[in-house]
Design a binder for this molecule. Structure first.
Ligand code: CP
Length: 323
């Protein structure tokens, strides 16, 4: 795999390969092997132009567990504030020996630009770009669903037959987009629930069902319900319902939690707005996989870095079709 930029173009074979390698990584770590020598001598740069807790730290943990050197770059406090461009910033880091660049950027398409511009030769991983995609989040979500629903060794299994409902601020959510593409590639049925003003205009081209009423969606008995963060920082107040109305109509509260089918799970990519899109009852319930998702993120990011820096090349869609 040369880069990991999105899940929209990720083949089923490569998605399963990533999840299976993540399972290998998780098993290794659970045997208390804290460090693998696999990426010794490689350098991973975390290039973050937007804030992050989970993604940046888990990429750092993943790289270190594979014995890579890690350089953490945060735009805040850097020469970006003096006007330095993405090209010059990336080339400066490449000159310090970056083999892989993990980039989070507010502009949709920035990772693609870095990967295809020829500015740098390092492999590029998208750690979230604008409202476009967040592929490793979707992979860790799929990994979490797979582990919860297929006990034991789930290597090679897809998500066929599972119903996943994604609720909330779909308009601004790169997590929702990456999950829609990945989960449907893996065979899951995906339903989106959102206020009409928070549904993207091009959603009719997505392979999903759209529902505006959360209670109706819960009646559909989802196996997993994924609550999205309301992205107040990207919100135009003119089209956002009041927080009170949002929480009443689209929030996962104790009453709705009770109505979920037995065995279903509650997911959230974090950070959570407790009391807005998710209540404390739901976030802290035994159904919640929020912290499992965080822990699985390290295994999934180890797999991504491994396949980028030490693995074999990816399968093309043409090769997959020919199988
Ligand atoms: N889920 C997620 O991307 O969290 P962070 O913004 O903390 O990285």
């Amino acid at each position: 795999m040369r880069h990991l930029l999105d899940t929209r173009t990720l083949t089923r074979a490569d998605a399963l390969r990533l999840l299976d390698v993540a399972e290998d990584m998780r098993d290794t770590q659970s045997r208390e092997v804290r460090k693998l020598p696999t990426l010794r001598g490689k350098t991973v740069v975390n290039l973050f132009f937007e804030d992050s807790t989970r993604t940046r730290i888990s990429f750092e943990a993943a790289a270190k567990r594979l014995s890579a050197d890690v350089i953490n770059f945060s735009a805040k406090g850097s020469s970006v504030s003096k006007g330095e461009s993405l090209q010059d910033t990336a080339q400066t880091l490449q000159a310090m020996g970056a083999d892989a660049v993990v980039i989070r950027h507010g502009a949709s398409g920035a990772p693609q630009t870095l990967a295809t511009s020829g500015w740098i030769s390092a492999g590029v991983v998208n750690a979230g770009d604008g409202t476009h995609e967040h592929p490793t989040q979707a992979l860790l979500d799929a990994f979490t669903i797979r582990k919860r629903f297929f006990a034991g060794d789930s290597r090679g299994r897809d998500l066929a037959g599972l119903r996943v409902t994604i609720v909330g601020d779909v308009l601004h959510s790169r997590v929702a987009r990456s999950n829609v593409w990945l989960l449907t590639t893996l065979g899951a049925e995906v339903t989106l629930v959102a206020p009409p003003t928070l549904v993207p205009q091009d959603v009719s081209a997505w392979p999903v069902r759209i529902v505006y009423d959360l209670d109706e969606a819960i009646d559909g008995a989802p196996d997993a319900i994924m609550m999205l963060r309301i992205q107040l920082e990207r919100m135009n107040a003119a089209y956002f319902p009041t927080e009170r109305e949002y929480s009443r109509r689209w929030g996962l509260d104790a009453a709705r939690l009770q109505r979920l089918p037995e065995g279903s799970i509650v997911m959230h990519p974090g950070p959570m707005n407790r009391g807005l899109e998710i209540s404390a009852d739901a976030a802290d319930s035994p159904r919640s996989t929020v912290l499992e998702q965080v822990a699985n993120g390290v295994s999934v990011r180890m797999a991504a870095l491994y396949l980028l820096l030490a693995g074999e090349r990816e399968t093309t869609h043409a090769e997959e079709d020919a199988r």
